[in-house]
Write a protein that binds this ligand. Structure first.
Ligand SMILES: Nc1ncnc2c1ncn2[C@@H]1O[C@H](COP(=O)(O)OP(=O)(O)OP(=O)(O)O)[C@@H](O)[C@H]1O
Ligand SMILES: [Mg+2]
Length: 226
């Protein structure tokens, strides 16, 4: 049986993952600061809106106004879709995460959302002391998302110079897919971005380090002969 695929919205990525993200899957988009996680995730929601999939973007960090202004730089007018009730960019206070799961369920139901982003899960444990409580909460939220029928991207930060794939070390084991964004800065000042598909369940995915660029239309995977 072939699984239904959801276009990622990132030019050049879908051919590397058998046509797109798995329908209903939860995927981690992880990387150090400034690697393009937020732009990547916004582009995923934007692509859905253009195809008729309503989408929710939950930010625990930046103000929705700032996110929308950043998106407009790429020509993505989220406000227009918000006004039509097809999209919502929501700020959620990272100090109040106990009700995040129920808010996700309510918002998805109201919007009949097909795509969801949480940016970022690394902030979920910000004000919680015990690691076991953070893990439990995160697992609970991921399990809730899995039952909603949404295809989701969870943004996660990798602390600089660490080998881990996520802040709390639990997310990577329960998600269906992991995309790692990297950059290398050369002494010349040249910046080389890249993308790795670290895991994608039920998918024969590419295993290279793929050169990536952020241009005027957002993120794309560079063809080798570019
Ligand atoms: N219009 C643009 N053209 C090219 N590159 C851009 C443009 N806008 C932003 N960038 C690049 O994207 C980076 C920011 O990307 P983004 O905010 O998605 O990163 P992030 O991984 O979410 O970072 P953080 O960990 O701080 O949240 C900038 O530092 C810059 O290098
Ligand atoms: Mg970000």
């Amino acid at each position: 049986m072939t699984s239904r695929r959801i276009a990622s919205g990132i030019p050049g990525l879908d051919p590397l993952i058998e046509g797109g993200l798995l329908d209903d899957s939860v995927n981690l988009v992880t990387g150090e600061t400034g690697t393009g996680k937020t732009i990547f995730s916004l582009q995923f929601i934007w692509n859905g809106l253009r195809k008729g999939d309503s989408g929710i973007y939950i930010t625990l960090e930046e103000r929705p106004e700032d996110i929308k202004a950043d998106a407009m730089m790429f020509g993505w007018d989220f406000e227009k879709f918000e006004q039509k009730g097809l999209c919502k960019i929501i700020y959620h206070d990272p100090a109040q995460v106990n009700n995040l799961g129920s808010i996700i369920i309510d918002e998805i139901k109201t919007l009949k959302a097909k795509r969801l982003v949480i940016d970022s899960t690394s902030l979920i444990g910000l004000n919680i002391q015990e690691p076991s409580r953070i893990r439990k909460l995160l697992l609970n939220i991921i399990n809730i998302i899995k039952k909603t029928g949404c295809t989701a991207l969870l943004v996660s930060e990798i602390p600089e110079e660490q080998k881990a794939l996520s802040r709390f070390g639990v997310e990577e084991f329960v998600v269906d897919g992991i995309i790692i964004l990297n950059y290398l800065e050369y002494a010349s000042g040249e910046l080389n971005r890249s993308l790795i598909v670290r895991k994608m369940r039920r998918t024969n995915h590419g295993t290279d380090i793929y050169p990536m660029e952020i241009g005027k239309d957002g993120v794309h995977i560079r063809r080798v002969d570019d």
